[in-house]
Design a protein around this ligand. Structure first.
Ligand code: SAH
Length: 393
């Protein structure tokens, strides 16, 4: 049973333009008291139906599941998942003999706010970012098995750290369906161990696939430094691209183990690769190797808008170090995955770093998240990954 929620006068405009959120300040009154995660029917001040969504506590009060007045049941999840799979087939990442690693559902970008599903071989890792999605998890997992058929054996639920802490759900990670421990998946013909049990996000940074591919084409004969390497995605592609040497750096010793394991899986015993557990700034200041291809893919420096200024200074400082050290004719792949930092702000931070170094710098590519992380055109907030490929003289 859904509860009716009435908006303040004039607050219906963004929903009419299909923006999928209702902010708490727009709410006039509610017929009853929904619990977090409950379905609410959002109505204009004069009672016209606008959207159906899940109630949340916080500044976003409702995340919209549908702009039609329908039932939210297994059929609903089924149809959303069919639509999501169809897009991944069109992109070419699903049902490919060379690739079984992709994002099947990207929240608002797939008209399912709060839900992430990444596919790793025969396992789907599902992540809820809202109580509403958490409450529907089993229905979603069952619908997922129906839609994916033979492609899938397991659904692992990994929402311990993404559900609102205050909701007090005490959720533990675990399998909703199946329990096969096999965790090797293939991305563009390269193999990766995916650590969905303990890894960051759903276990792998699926969003850098296209950018890793691009890097492969620049790698031949170069000395590559993959800074903030995590599972070593960029390193493995650089190896296949015939790099002269590849150094992977991450402050986490666990990440260094992961990158070494992934290199061994694809290029066992290849002496061109070495990994270091060190702080990025320290490594960049002290390094002696003449690198001519550097990747900077740091964690989000700004998790919130308030941290924006400091984050931009962080990006400038980091990139300045790379500009100081990279060899003439070098290529720099530099990224920001902070949603609070937009493309222009990031470019300005990198511009400042370039200017500080006094080097001649040209932009070769402007990068972004891949097509299996689609941005809902009515929800530009969904755009988060940006990168630049720079040629440095
Ligand atoms: N490039 C990776 C994803 C990077 S995630 C990929 O393609 O998969 C960010 C990584 O930065 C994490 O593994 C984290 O351990 C590491 N990190 C965070 N702070 C760091 C620092 N100061 N120096 C080096 N690594 C750091």
């Amino acid at each position: 049973m859904s509860i009716n929620l009435y908006l303040k006068k004039g607050k219906e405009e963004s929903l009419k333009r299909f923006h999928p959120w209702v902010f708490s300040g727009a709410v006039q009154r509610i017929d009853g008291q929904p619990e977090e995660g409950n379905l609410v029917r959002v109505l204009s001040n004069d009672g016209k139906f606008l959207a159906l969504g899940q109630w949340q506590i916080g500044s976003i009060a409702v995340r919209v599941l549908s702009f039609e007045d329908i039932e939210i049941n297994r059929n609903f999840w089924h149809s959303r998942l069919v639509a999501a799979l169809r897009v991944r087939q069109a992109i070419g990442v699903a049902d490919s003999p060379l690739n079984d690693t992709y994002r099947l559902v990207h929240g608002e970008g797939d008209n399912v706010p709060g839900l992430i599903i990444d596919i790793y071989g025969r396992t789907a890792v599902m992540q809820a970012h809202s109580v509403g999605i958490h409450l529907c998890r089993q229905d979603i997992a069952d619908a997922l098995m129906e839609v994916m058929g033979d492609r899938l054996q397991n659904v692992y639920y990994k929402s311990e750290t993404t559900l609102p802490f205050k909701a007090g759900l005490g959720q533990e990670n675990g399998f909703l369906i199946g329990d096969t421990p096999e965790n090797v998946a293939t991305e563009n013909g390269l193999k990766f161990h995916i650590d969905w049990l303990k890894g960051q996000k759903t276990g792998f940074f699926v969003d850098q696939r296209d950018n890793r591919s691009l890097l492969e084409h620049y790698s031949k004969g170069r000395n590559v430094l993959n800074m903030f390497c995590y599972t070593g995605g960029f390193s493995v592609y650089a190896m296949r691209g015939k790099a002269n040497l590849v150094h992977s750096v991450d402050s986490s010793a666990k990440a260094v183990d992961l990158v070494n394991a992934n290199i061994n899986l694809n290029f066992p015993g290849d002496p061109r690769h070495e990994a270091f557990a060190e702080d990025a700034f320290k490594f960049l200041s002290e390094m002696q190797t003449p690198y001519d291809l550097i990747v900077l893919d740091p964690p989000a420096f700004a998790k919130h808008r308030d941290a924006l200024k400091q984050a931009l200074r962080g990006y400038t400082k980091l990139n300045a170090r790379a500009f100081e050290k990279i060899q003439p004719g070098g290529i720099l792949f530099t990224f920001s995955c902070s949603q609070a930092v937009n493309k222009d702000q990031f470019r300005m931070a990198v511009f400042t770093a370039a200017a500080m170094s006094g080097r001649s710098v040209r932009i070769l590519h402007q990068l972004h998240q891949p097509a299996d992380h689609p941005v809902n055109i009515y929800h530009p907030e969904g755009e988060y990954l940006k990168g630049l490929v720079l040629s440095v003289e």
